[in-house]
Design a protein around this ligand. Sequence first.
Ligand SMILES: Cc1ncc(COP(=O)(O)O)c(C=O)c1O
Length: 378
Amino acid sequence: MIYLDANATTPLSQEAGNAMSAAMAQFLANPSSLHGRGQAARAALEGARRVVLTAVGGTGGKIVFTSGATEANALAWHGVLAARREKHLIRVVTSTVEHPSIGAQVKALRESGVEVVEVPVDRHGQLDLAAFAHALQQPTTLVSVMAVQNELGLVYPTAELAAMAHVAGAVFHCDATQAPGRIPLDLNALGVDVASLSAHKVGGPTGVGALWLRRGQGLQPLIAGHQEDGLRGGTENILGILGMAAAFSTLPARLAHMPVLRGLRDALWAGIQAIGPVQRNGDVAPDLETGHVLNVTWPNVDGARLVRALDLEDVCVSAGAACASGTQEPSHVLLACGQTPREARSGSRFSLPHEATAADVTAVLELLPHVLARVQRP
Ligand SMILES: Cc1ncc(COP(=O)(O)O)c(C=O)c1O
């Protein structure tokens, strides 16, 4: 199997697997229990919290464990906005290329009458900073922009956006799901107020993530309960959390390996260009992207058909984002880049995991001409 779909999920790392197996071999009691076993589980939980906090440069702030970044995004938006009771005073600024979990928040807020401005991107997926500055000329409650775009691998200027948000009086939320291990991440230095994280994009298990809060940042919970300092009710997923902490402890090694992935990705792109006409989506300068993603469109090739044809050869890639590829919907990100619905259905995303090898790239480049010939419409 050749797995080039790291932005959908990453293979479970040995570190996370080992941590979870070791934890499973013991009895982990409820961290809220007063007895010794419960307190041991509590100590493990708090240790994991410190590891994650340190790994993302968030010391001094708070980690609230959640079921993943989708919940963290929902908690961030709900938690910041619920404190404002007067709906007509709420104003939110975000972008047109956020993850669908943010898109769902935009839709729900608009339906309840709240003003949400979605700042556009250019044809390569870069944020229009002038439009962003214009949108922030009015007092704003919340600004929410992702750190790394999941379909294109673009890196957005988080520190600059946070500073602009603060001038407009807004809280700055960053969906940092795709950032850890791909770009240096120092939440304190970036000036972010609230950040969403997920374990399974960096070799951790699915179904666990976190919301980071800067010291002093208030939040209303989505789920009431005494756990997580009253900010997220429900017995903590301690096995998942231990796996997440183990995965986050590998961030420096993952980051150090990114130049290797960039080399492999560049070799893949060079080989793909040699096959025939192709367009690269999110074609920006190397310092504006992570280096592990290649999003391309071949003429007369439907993205989902190509994914299925490559799957028959045991190669895993995505058409746009994983969450959208179960459906035949065009990618909202490629639409935001100005592509037609037909064009936006044609993108294919290769996202290299930490474990990718030169042999993977060579094998895919050997297969692609045959697979493309099979799926290309006349
Ligand atoms: C940018 C971004 N935000 C949020 C999510 C959702 O993360 P999770 O699967 O942990 O809910 C994803 C996952 O695809 C993502 O790429």
